[in-house]
Design a protein around this ligand. Structure first.
Ligand code: NAD
Ligand code: GLY
Length: 365
């Protein structure tokens, strides 16, 4: 069984690759989840994923599974109300700090469950079992947990590392095409910010990736997880290098917040945000002019949008960007591209370039 360790001293944990474990198509690695979970298990999922995978998951725990909370589906439910409901269910079930929470689902379930685990009785263990591509390559790894506030995405949260991440690539076979593509946006982000060789590999493997070839997906997920694990190991709480993982996100979060949570998918907003960050990087003379076109071609091949929805206003957009967590008291911070495969964080904002980027993407259409 393949595994990658996220190296965080006494909070290190494995990302374990177990194809077929959750879908129930193979028993390989069966014990890994059961052993890590311990004697008392509480599962959080949503109505869609629970319908697909809760029964096969339950088999791993038998009578050690002492409860479940099934959320409504969607980004619009990434709220404090859901945290309250999960905590209510845990208290009603008499759960102590011995209970391990299992997050079975995409990034929404993972972020909500992780945050509930961070705050329930000042912290209980959580195992992430991501079932979307986006969650497998990004949100399940690194311990960022959060819910949204109407005024800003992920504005209420905590760092709470999981005890383990268990990947079953076979769960991706039931994902819609749109959600699959949304996951590819975070993958392109990883390549663009950290690894030119990976970017070229993605370009060369577009067809098997879009066909969801299991071996190809495994290789891709592993590559992305290695990039993310290395950055998290170096800078767990985003004091420096980890901010690079937010490439495209300052623009993307503004798109999500202003469009209404769930209208533009997070990965779609990241794809558009990558294009905006690349455009800004060219305008502020950090990036060669041909790079955005190359990025656009890859995003388009992965069926991702490259322009924000119509009707977003520049003033509101700038405000939403300023509210992003990457903004410091000194002002806005942006992740810009230096090259395809290399990014840097800057607080030296070229205001004219930023205005031009916003004009191009928001109003000149
Ligand atoms: P999601 O959790 O909403 O899942 C997408 C959709 O796919 C949902 O309708 C879900 O029910 C469905 N689904 C999940 N697994 C499925 C499966 N195997 N088969 C069929 N349907 C399935 O969205 P997402 O894209 O996974 O995650 C987005 C969220 O992740 C955002 O809230 C974003 O902010 C967060 N995020 C967090 C981090 C982090 O570091 N914590 C990083 C990136 C993104
Ligand atoms: N998705 C950004 C991070 O994990 O830091």
């Amino acid at each position: 069984m393949k595994s990658i360790t996220v190296e965080l001293a006494d909070r290190s944990y494995p990302i374990v690759f177990c194809p077929g474990l959750i879908t129930g198509t193979t028993g390989a690695g069966q014990d890994v989840l059961a052993v890590a979970a311990g004697e008392s298990v509480f599962v959080v999922s949503n109505e869609t994923v629970a319908g697909l995978y809760l029964e096969p998951l339950k088999k791993h725990f038998g009578d050690r599974m002492l409860g479940a909370y099934i959320m409504p589906d969607g980004e619009a439910h990434k709220t404090l109300d859901q945290i309250n409901a999960i905590i209510g269910a845990l208290l009603a079930g008499g759960h102590t700090r011995e209970t391990t929470l299992i997050a079975l689902g995409g990034g929404v379930v993972g972020d909500v469950t992780g945050f509930a685990a961070a705050v329930y009785q000042r912290g209980v263990p959580v195992i992430q079992v991501p079932t979307t591509l986006l969650a497998q390559v990004d949100s399940s790894v690194g311990g960022k947990t959060a819910v949204n506030h109407p005024l800003g995405k992920n504005m209420i949260g905590a760092f709470h590392q999981p005890k383990m991440v268990v990947m079953d690539v076979e769960t991706l076979k039931t994902l819609s095409d749109r959600e699959f593509s949304a996951g590819l946006a975070e993958i392109v982000k990883h390549a663009a910010l950290a690894d030119w060789e990976y970017f070229q590999w993605l370009e060369a493997n577009q067809a098997p990736i879009m066909d969801r070839d299991s071996a190809c997906l495994m290789a891709m997920i592993e590559w992305s997880c290695r990039i993310k694990a290395a950055i998290v190991a170096e800078d767990e709480t985003e004091q420096g290098k980890r901010a690079l993982l937010n490439l495209g996100h300052t623009f993307g979060h503004a798109i999500e917040t202003l469009s209404g949570y769930g209208v533009v998918l997070h990965g779609e907003a990241v794809a558009i945000g990558l294009m905006m960050a690349a455009d800004y990087s060219v305008r502020s003379k950090a990036l060669i002019e041909s790079a955005p076109e190359q990025l656009k071609q890859l995003l388009t091949a992965f069926a991702l949008p490259i322009l924000p929805p119509k009707g977003l206003k520049k003033t509101a957009f700038l405000q939403a960007m300023g509210r992003d967590k990457k903004a410091t008291s000194a002002g806005l911070r942006l992740v810009m591209l230096r090259d395809l495969g290399r990014a840097e964080v800057t607080s030296q904002i070229d205001e004219a370039a930023l205005e031009q980027t916003l004009d191009r993407f928001l109003t000149d259409r």
